[in-house]
Design a protein around this ligand. Structure first.
Ligand code: FES
Length: 126
């Protein structure tokens, strides 16, 4: 399978990859299509994402799209981050094969899960 330059660049040099010590929240999801998993860690300060990291057992597209997602959301408010959609991620790359679209949803879902868990922990109703 041939991927765009942007996907290959983020796949080979993923931003914010790895485990985070003492995160404020964690989001975890599994993909029902391929069985891959994604974990996103957040440090939150003043309602903003101070730091974000991810770990995945996913494919090249999942790694690249999550790397892009971390760049788009670091320093942004939780509200902004919770509104990011897979289409917003896909706008940043030239082309994603149709059978790989579900891989970009994995990143978005894990981030939403992390924010939901943070809000639950801090009793913030959204
Ligand atoms: Fe599983 Fe891409 S094939 S995340």
């Amino acid at each position: 399978m041939k991927y765009s330059k942007m996907i290959m660049e983020h796949f080979k040099n993923p931003r914010n990859l790895g485990e985070m010590e003492n995160p404020d929240t964690i989001g975890k999801v599994g993909n029902s299509v391929c069985g891959d998993t994604m974990k996103i860690y957040l440090k939150v300060k003043d309602d903003k994402i101070e730091d974000i990291k991810f770990q995945t057992l996913g494919c090249a597209v999942a790694i690249a799209m999550t790397s892009i997602l971390t760049e788009l959301t670091k320093g942004k408010t939780l509200e902004y981050a919770s509104k990011i959609k897979a289409q917003d991620l896909l706008k940043n790359v030239e082309d994603v094969p149709k059978n790989k679209i579900h891989c970009s949803v994995l990143a978005q879902d894990a981030l939403k899960d992390a924010i939901k868990n943070y809000n639950k922990k801090h009793k913030i109703k959204k």
